[in-house]
Structures are given as structure tokens and as C-alpha cells.
Design a binder for this molecule. Structure first.
Ligand code: B12
Length: 134
């Protein structure tokens, strides 16, 4: 069974989407290590190492995602899990920026998959299946 570390990054307290994603990924057959809300980069990485996770799923809803996610890939590299797939979604930036621009910013930061607001979990689950070779 593949393991996903899931959480809402930074000082973000939006909890509802996190519960839905936990449910959807669990239903799809993944072991979900859900860290809940207000999770630091270090906490994501520590949990991924401890559970030998296959991917890290980052949510950001409150508009500070760009700041909160900066340097996450570099931290993964330093921690010895440089190749772990990083997924992110939610409301990644403040206000309404063109999603293509947002996607590029997060991909340049080392995120492998970046989702627009309102993306249904099925889309991510299909990407996970491909990415994790299932
Ligand atoms: C409820 C709510 C709150 C509650 C949260 C209560 C709680 N504990 O959950 C309270 C009142 C605390 C709150 C506070 C704030 N909020 Co608020 N909040 C909302 C609201 C109305 C609903 C959020 C929600 O539950 N949605 C339902 C769930 C099911 O949807 P979701 O969270 O988007 O998650 C889904 C998807 O985004 C996606 N998804 C999420 N993460 C990921 C990750 C991956 C990998 C993938 C694939 C998909 C994915 O899948 C999820 C499930 O379907 C939204 C507006 C809205 N309609 O979305 C604003 C909203 C998110 N809040 C907003 C803001 C600005 C704030 C505050 C900063 C306001 C303030 N100035 O204080 C604070 C931030 C507090 C903090 N530190 O986090 C803004 C964010 C704007 C932005 N990003 O540009 C929004 C969009 C409102 C708005 N239109 O301005 N909020």
C-alpha cells in the first residue's frame, strides 16, 4: 500500500478540504498520514521520512502558499528524500491570478503537480496512480 503524507501548510487553519482529501485518498486505497492544519515544511518532511512515504500532498487555502512552499524541494533534498513527488493544491495564491502563472511558480519551486482551485480528488488520484506506477 502506498503512503501519502497530507497536510495544510503554514499558519493556515482551513480544515474542511483536508478532511475530504483524507477520505478520498483513503477510499482510493492509499495509507494517508494526515498531519491536519498548520503544518510546517519540516513536519511534512519528518513525517515523510518516518513513514517512508511515496508522496507529499500539500494544501494551502489562505493565500500565503507561495511563501509557505518556498524552499520545500531544497529541504527535501537536504533531508535525503530529494526525489519524493510533491503535490499541491487549494487556493495557492492571493486573489485571482492566471492559473498558468501560478502553476509555473510552483513547478519552478520543485512541485511536480499543481492543482487549480476546485480540482476534484479524482484528477489527483489518476495522477498519483501514474506517478507511483500503479
Ligand atoms: C470556512 C472558511 C474559513 C474558516 C475556516 C474554518 C476551518 N477551521 O476550516 C475561517 C473563518 C477560520 C477562515 C479564516 C480565514 N480565511 Co477563509 N475561508 C473559508 C471558506 C468560506 C470555505 C473553505 C472551505 O471549507 N471550503 C470547502 C472545502 C471542501 O474546499 P477547499 O478547502 O477549497 O478544499 C478543496 C480544494 O481546494 C482541493 N484542495 C485543497 N488542497 C488541496 C491539495 C491538493 C494536493 C489537491 C489536489 C487539492 C486540494 O480539494 C479540497 C477538497 O475538495 C473559503 C471560501 C470558499 N468558498 O472556499 C474562505 C477562504 C479560503 N478564506 C480566505 C481567507 C483570506 C481567510 C483569512 C486569511 C481571512 C482573514 N483575513 O482572517 C483567514 C485565514 C486564517 C488562517 N490562518 O488560516 C480566502 C483565501 C483567499 C485566497 N487564497 O486568495 C477564501 C478563498 C475566501 C475569499 N474568497 O476570500 N476561513
Amino acid at each position: 500500500m502506498k503512503t501519502l503524507v497530507l497536510g495544510v501548510i503554514g499558519a493556515d487553519v482551513h480544515a474542511v478540504g483536508n478532511k475530504i482529501l483524507d477520505h478520498a485518498f483513503t477510499e482510493a486505497g492509499y495509507k494517508v498520514v494526515n498531519l491536519g492544519v498548520m503544518v510546517s515544511q519540516d513536519e511534512f518532511i519528518k513525517a515523510a521520512i518516518e513513514t517512508n512515504a511515496d508522496a507529499i500532498m500539500v494544501s494551502s487555502l489562505y493565500g500565503q502558499g507561495e511563501l509557505d512552499c518556498q524552499g520545500m524541494r531544497e529541504k527535501c533534498v537536504e533531508a535525503g528524500i530529494g526525489n519524493i513527488p510533491l503535490f499541491c493544491g487549494g487556493n495557492l495564491v492571493v486573489g485571482k491570478r492566471d492559473f498558468k502563472e501560478t502553476e509555473k511558480i510552483f513547478k519552478d519551486m520543485g512541485f511536480n503537480y499543481v492543482y487549480a482551485p476546485g480540482t476534484m480528488p479524482d484528477v489527483t488520484i489518476a495522477d498519483l496512480r501514474r506517478e507511483l506506477g500503479e
